[in-house]
Every structure is written in structure tokens, then in C-alpha cells.
Design a protein around this ligand. Sequence first.
Ligand SMILES: C[S@@+](CC[C@H](N)C(=O)[O-])C[C@H]1O[C@@H](n2cnc3c(N)ncnc32)[C@H](O)[C@@H]1O
Length: 242
Amino acid sequence: MTCRLSGFSEEEITTTMQSPTIVNPAVLIPVNPAIEDYMRGLAGRTDHPVLTEMEAVAKQNNFPIVGRLVGIFLETLAKTVNARRIFEFGSGYGYSAYWFAKAVGADGQVICTDGDPLNKEKAEQYLRSAGLSERVDFRTGLAQEIFTQTEGLFDICYNDVDKGDYPEVWQMAKDRIRPGGLYIADNVLWHGRVAVEKYVDIIPGWTEAILDHNRLIFNDPEFDAFINPTRDGVIVARKRTS
Ligand SMILES: C[S@@+](CC[C@H](N)C(=O)[O-])C[C@H]1O[C@@H](n2cnc3c(N)ncnc32)[C@H](O)[C@@H]1O
């Protein structure tokens, strides 16, 4: 997967950062890999042939899916708030949508978006094989534009687009989340760059955008927020009910 604006994949960015030729002080792994392996080992019961195929394809192509642990987290969050209507900004080929689609139930809906029509094709194939396609409405184009074409409130808005767009997506999504609903975004620790003074920002402005995004959320009086440091950091912000 290439990022919409930069042409770099997130894996390429990480790999470049870890290259011995580029000294980068900012590569921090929030959770010890042994701990992540342990947690992954507990999650065997979530195996599904479609899921394992999607994960294998991600590995082969360095495509940045959220992965199993975050997937389980997304499904759990969605079930916890009894989500029936979810909007995804940046769906790739449907891996995160798989988890949300499972959570919303037969009457629920996940609106997926991606700039790449090939991703839509692949997602629809995978989700059909998993028996979840009826719950998913996959649209191609700029996620922000597609969002403005929708109406009403969502139980969850999930953000996984190019990182420079994070503050914009937060600003537009926050007023369209129902009280008690969630805003969720992936990669908010950005491989540790958010936590150090000096970092190599492969895509100029992306780290600053994530920092702004996170600050805005934690300072918003309408939301309570928390970052789960699993993988690359997932922010969860719940809209207050009073
Ligand atoms: C990190 S991947 C999404 C992975 C997906 N959430 C998952 O875990 O399976 C980001 C995807 O968003 C798409 N994308 C990035 N910025 C976008 C935007 N503003 N509008 C639509 N798609 C975008 C890219 O084409 C890419 O497929």
C-alpha cells in the first residue's frame, strides 16, 4: 500500500527509519515485542481463513493493516458501545472493516472509504468470503469528501488515512459522533516519533499533524480519551453524554 499523498508505504517509512544508513533517534517500540507475541498467542480463537489470508497478503506486500491485536480491540470497542453505524476513513482492503462488520451485527452498517479502487475490489472479495459483505458499503474516493456526503450521527468514526490529514478528520468527525460514541484513530504514536524531540519525519509534517491531532483530542471537553499503545498506538475518545 502506498500512502495517498506520499507514495511511501508505512512499512517503507519504518524500514527506512531502521536502516543503518539513517540514524534515527525516534524509533521506539511502545510495547515489548515479547509482550505483543504473548497477547497474540492468546488470540488464536479469532482465527478465520479469510483473516489469515488478509494478514499473509499484508505481510507479503508490506501493507499496513492494524493487525490481529488491534483488530480484536476494535471489535471489542464496537460491541461495548453497541455500535450499529460506523464510518471508516481509510479502509485499505477491508481488514479493520472485517472486525467492525463482525461487531455491528446483521442489521449494522460499516461505511468504508479508500482512494484506491483496487482496494475496494479486494475488500469486497474478502468480506464476501467472510459472509460480511451485506454489512459493508465500500466507497472509493477521498474519505473526507465521502464523509460530507453522509448524514446523521455515527456510533464510531475510525481514522486511518494519511497522517497529515488527521487533524482535519478529527475536526469533521467529532460533531458527527453520537453521545457515548467513539472516535478511534490508529498510528497515534507514529513509531515513537511523538515522544522524542528529534525525529526523522520521512513525510514532512506528518508527525506534527499527529501531535496536533492528539493534543486536540485530549483537550476537547466533550471527549474522554485514552491511547492504547498496542502496535503503533490507537487513540480512543468517547463523546460525553452530559
Ligand atoms: C493504513 S491503510 C488502512 C488500513 C486499514 N484501516 C486496515 O487496518 O485494514 C490506509 C489506507 O487509506 C487510504 N487513504 C489514505 N488517505 C486517504 C484519504 N484521505 N481518503 C481515502 N483513502 C485514503 C490508502 O489508500 C490506504 O489504503
